[in-house]
Write a protein of this length. Structure first.
Length: 210
């Protein structure tokens, strides 16, 4: 899927509907698609169905706190790279460190300024999408390289007929050898020099026409 042609999807996890509504309104104006969950269990279940570009996660949740939710997300190999931003009123250094240790990429304090929120969301979405795109390109490159059989070393070639000696000691035409040792194929044509040598009349006509 080409991420650049799809709207970024944000998963909001908060146990207060008003907070979800406020965040959703702000992010919707910025062009983001929104999904929401009101408990940790709902959030984890939702992640089995969607792959958001970022998760906004409240710390104080009814069934499990945001730190534990984040740890569980990061333990899922298919979802561990999704950036998680914590939203909380907790300002103690210990709480902030706990959030980063759990796997969060950022920490936004409540009450927040909408411009600060959208700037941080935009930054982490772009970083995540850029990483995914690089991984996709790398995978495609590795696949392409895997399809290529490279010729290397010194190839014994006859000085007269230009046949190549293969690994078994047999001599074969250059095109046959290359075809058997690479993914290349051949279409035959005639170079200008050979055209003049073997078909002089045709060569003369072509020269006059040009």
């Amino acid at each position: 899927m080409d991420n650049s042609k799809t709207q970024p999807l944000i998963l909001i996890v908060d146990d207060t509907s008003k907070n979800i509504e406020l965040l959703g309104t702000i992010l919707d104006r910025e062009g983001y698609d929104i999904s929401a969950a009101m408990t940790g269990g709902q959030a984890l279940a939702t992640l089995h169905e969607i792959e958001p570009d970022l998760i906004l996660l409240d710390v104080m949740m009814p069934d499990m706190d945001g730190y534990e939710i984040c740890r569980r997300i990061k333990s899922d190999i298919s979802r561990k790279d999704i950036p998680v931003i914590f939203l909380t009123a907790k300002t103690e250094t210990e709480d902030i460190v706990t959030g980063f240790t759990a796997g969060g990429v950022d920490y936004i304090l409540k009450p927040f300024h909408p411009e600060v929120l959208t700037a941080r969301v935009r930054t982490h979405v772009e970083l995540y999408r850029g990483k995914k795109e690089r991984e996709k390109l790398l995978s495609e490159l590795q696949h392409a390289l895997g399809m290529v059989k490279q010729l290397s070393g010194i190839l014994p070639i006859c000085s007269f007929c230009k046949k190549i000696r293969n690994d078994e000691g047999y001599w074969s035409q250059v095109e046959e050898y290359i075809k058997n040792h690479s993914e290349a194929d051949f279409s035959h044509s005639i170079c200008p020099e050979c055209l003049k040598k073997h078909y002089p009349e045709m060569a003369e006509k072509i020269e006059k026409k040009n």
